[in-house]
Design a protein around this ligand. Structure first.
Ligand code: ADP
Length: 490
């Protein structure tokens, strides 16, 4: 199969969250399975710098608002997956992140920046593309930034029905990010005014890129089976639950795998000491090195709770803030926090570190190296998300012998088996699941984790159960192939 994989971020070129990890690893697995896959990504400065062997491929003309863009082609570092970058200084040559400035404020022209990503993907997915020797069978779109690809393909087919074009798959990695823009962007994006209606692009008076993807794509998927059901309910559907319910039978829920070479405690390039499921002792050395680095006191019997996260309401860390003092003072825990996001969360975690300098380390930054060190050096990973489409960190926690405390939602529910007498007895327990999402349940589940931590035999069982899970992309990539085939045969 020939697949165009369109994404706004891909590790190691550029990353703000889990989508980048998926976009780095899934195409590589597809390539290993023998499929002809290429990534299409905006040419942000870091992307242009990191692509290997890049060269000019073609110029695309008649682009909405900006007339022309160049397409470069090169390879992903490490995996060699072909990657095409859209070069446009006007759109993508900005300092700071892919979506906004250093204060986290979205760029005002994101509608155009990602509308054009979508337009280019659609143009490259048709027989009249200037890239004549490489027309994809299927275009795989990811999240709102690519939501207009299926819409453009729909309008292009309407205008030129005889020209063959690729089928589209739209993967939802997070319903909370909708890409809503004022309808004034319809003109600059060359979108037909009549498409701005309920049966089309309109969402409560706004132009919604997410809705466009859901409405027009030939196939739909989400990143875990539980989330594929949850988004059809009011609590998780962000107003799109009815549309999703109409297509309910078609929505595939496929749990993400992850790059088990990048995330492997036996070889991790960021760690001074290594360990595996058979020789777990090295983990204690990693923990001590981490505590020393973070300036926390070293006590072998004190459980270190790790958090690596966007600091947002979705991630439920306000609940951790509410019970943190109890955990520190009554349960003698330490906390290593890494993340950034909403200012109020950042401030509260910083205040906590000031109040308990020997117990709490708060690191407000994005730091790949420290994230590996915290994942490996912590005893328990805390992830009480209010909703979690898939989540990767809990899976990294399994792999690193850092059993997670998670809420019972989305991919957390699909990837973690709660520890109890039965699951410990049959060697399936891998973590601690909160039956409901509130502070008391977080406290209760963390207390259960701490009690198990103090029981060496039980703890080792839970750790090794998690470390032995098969979490790479092989199973899930095969399921994507089956879904691609199903869409192509529709
Ligand atoms: P989401 O995509 O919702 O943010 P996921 O758990 O799916 O959450 O993936 C988050 C990814 O981003 C993980 O690879 C995690 O390690 C990484 N990450 C999040 N915050 C940071 C940070 N501050 N520094 C380094 N890595 C981070």
């Amino acid at each position: 199969m020939r697949i165009l994989f369109v994404t706004p971020e891909a590790f190691p070129l550029i990353k703000t969250g889990g989508l980048a990890d998926v976009s780095g690893a899934l195409p590589a697995s597809m390539k290993r399975l023998g499929h002809d896959i290429r990534i299409l990504i905006p040419g942000y400065p870091t992307v242009l710098k990191k692509i290997i062997n890049s060269s000019f491929l073609c110029t695309l003309y008649n682009i909405p608002s900006i007339e022309a863009v160049n397409i470069l082609i090169g390879e992903m570092p490490d995996t060699g997956v072909p990657v095409m970058a859209i070069q446009s200084d006007l759109l993508y040559d900005r300092p700071s992140g892919p979506y906004g400035d250093e204060n986290g404020k979205d760029w005002d022209d994101n509608a155009i920046r990602f509308g054009i990503l979508s337009f280019v993907a659609a143009r490259l997915s048709r027989e009249d593309s200037p890239m004549k020797d490489w027309i994809p069978d299927l275009v795989h779109c990811n999240d709102w930034q690519t939501g207009l690809v299926p819409a453009y393909l729909h309008f292009m087919r309407h205008d030129h029905p005889k020209i063959k074009q690729a089928k589209s798959l739209f993967s939802i990695h997070n319903m909370a990010f909708q890409g809503c823009h004022t309808p004034q962007w319809l003109g600059p994006l060359n979108l037909p005014a009549k498409s701005f209606q309920i049966e089309g692009l309109e969402y409560y008076g706004q132009l919604s890129f997410l809705k466009a993807g859901i409405f027009y794509a030939d196939g739909l998927s989400t990143v875990s089976p539980t989330y594929s059901k949850e988004i059809q309910k009011k609590e998780y559907g962000f107003g799109l639950q009815e549309l999703l319910t109409k297509r309910g039978n078609e929505i595939h829920g496929i749990l993400n795998g992850f790059d088990t070479k990048e995330w492997n405690p036996a070889t991790d390039k960021y760690l001074e000491y290594h360990y595996n499921d058979k020789k777990i002792a090295g983990k204690a050395k990693v923990k001590n090195a981490l505590l020393a680095k973070l300036g926390l006191t070293i006590h072998a019997k004190t459980p270190l709770l790790g958090v690596i996260s966007r600091l947002t309401y979705q991630k439920g860390l306000d609940m951790l803030l509410e019970c943190a003092e109890t955990l520190i003072e009554h349960h003698h825990c330490q906390l290593a926090i890494l993340g950034s996001g909403e200012k109020s969360f950042e401030q509260s975690f910083q205040n906590l570190a000031k109040k308990f300098p020997e117990q709490v380390s708060t690191n407000i930054e994005y730091n790949e190296e420290l994230s590996h060190k915290i994942m490996a050096g912590s005893d328990i990973f805390i992830m009480p998300s209010r909703f979690e489409p898939c989540g990767l960190n809990q899976m990294y926690g399994l792999r690193y012998g850092t059993p997670p405390v998670v809420s019972n939602t989305g991919g957390l529910a699909d990837s973690i088996v709660d520890s109890n007498e039965v699951t410990i007895g049959n060697d399936t327990a891998t973590g601690f699941v909160m039956p409901e999402i509130n502070t008391y349940q977080l406290l209760a589940a963390t207390r259960r984790a701490i009690n198990s931590f103090h029981d060496e035999t039980t703890w080792k069982k839970i750790q090794t159960n998690g470390m032995r899970q098969n979490l790479d992309w092989s199973n899930s990539a095969q399921r994507y192939v089956e879904m691609y085939e199903e869409i192509l045969n529709k």
